[in-house]
Design a protein around this ligand. Structure first.
Ligand code: C2E
Ligand code: MG
Ligand code: MG
Ligand code: MG
Length: 282
């Protein structure tokens, strides 16, 4: 797995780098069996309507209970899975598991059930089987398409070839909601955004952070203006808008004042087991 550029030689002599590479290789090599063995599980984080604090949705976030390395956050293995292509089977498992849970909520809470929001990696959005996979999972689990939201990054939807866009249009036509995740951190072509089958913008937590701080350099004022502008932009485009990384009551209030529709973050709830959602709705 040593790269064939000049740095490869270094890997042989740099023990730290070598250990990192060995860990990556081990993770990558054990991933397919780990799916089979049930080492992955999902936490769910509430999505909350800011105007009345109602829980409206839940984002599924994958974790890996690794027998050797312990509990792994997605940052440790999602990028790797993208590189190797294993994100496609892993993502398929995530979608199925999230929809299985969504069905339980649908049965238990009816119209009060939260919609389920599932992250899609760039590679998944380009997978030719995506639309058929989603349709099959919805049919198998009995989840209504309108209760599923797919979160894609800007790079997954912007300036790409026609195929992924066709897939998003097909999903959208089925009733599936499309959200742009971490909005503001990538490159978006605003003129182009108008023509995309997108329903929701999720403003990256890095902008929301500034809503509570009072940095000496005044960057918090700039951040507040950026958030206000992104909310106006979303609404001008007829889209809903969710703020990520809401950690304080002050931020939640500011966001509500600005007109942001929904929030997600530690102030409301940390990602947790499905039971947390059950308790919040009971
Ligand atoms: P994301 O989709 O933007 O998810 C939000 C991340 O912010 C989560 O990190 C969540 O735990 C964290 N977070 C939530 N509230 C707060 C807060 O108030 N403050 C701060 N500082 N952070 C907060 P997590 O679970 O570690 O996931 C990291 C990223 O990994 C996700 O970012 C997403 O891009 C990716 N990811 C997670 N699950 C999946 C998956 O099933 N498939 C794919 N393709 N990517 C996933
Ligand atoms: Mg997300
Ligand atoms: Mg995000
Ligand atoms: Mg993120």
């Amino acid at each position: 797995w040593a790269k064939s550029d000049g740095k490869a030689k270094w890997a042989l002599f740099d023990p730290e780098r070598n250990a990192r590479e060995v860990a990556r290789f081990t993770l990558s090599a054990t991933m397919p069996a780990a799916i089979e063995r049930g080492e992955f599980y999902l936490d769910y984080q509430p999505l909350v309507r800011l105007s009345d604090g109602q829980l409206v949705g839940a984002e599924a976030l994958v974790r890996w209970r690794h027998p050797e390395f312990g509990l792994l956050a997605p940052d440790r293995f999602i990028g790797l899975a993208e590189e190797t292509g294993q994100i496609v089977p892993l993502g398929r498992w995530v979608l199925r598991e999230a929809c299985r849970q969504a069905r339980l909520w649908q049965d238990r809470f009816g119209s009060r059930a939260p919609f389920i929001s599932v992250n899609l990696a760039v590679r998944q959005s380009r997978d030719p089987g995506l639309v058929a996979d989603v349709a099959k999972v919805l049919a198998d689990t009995g989840v209504e398409a309108t209760r599923l939201q797919l979160e894609l990054t800007e790079s997954a939807v912007m300036g790409t070839a026609d195929e992924p866009l066709d897939a998003l249009r097909a999903l959208s036509a089925m009733g599936v909601r499309i959200a742009i995740d971490d909005f503001g951190t990538g490159y978006s072509n605003l003129a182009y955004l108008r023509h995309l089958p997108v329903h929701e913008l999720k403003i990256a937590g890095s902008f929301v952070e500034g809503l509570r701080a009072s940095a000496a350099d005044g960057s918090h004022v700039v951040d507040a203006r950026i958030v206000g502008t992104l909310v106006s932009l979303a609404h001008a485009l007829g889209l809903g808008v969710t703020a990520e990384g809401v950690e304080t009551e002050a931020q939640a209030r500011r966001l509500d004042d600005i007109g942001c529709d929904s929030g997600q973050g530690w102030y409301f709830a940390r990602p947790g087991p499905p039971d947390q959602i059950n308790r919040l709705l009971s």
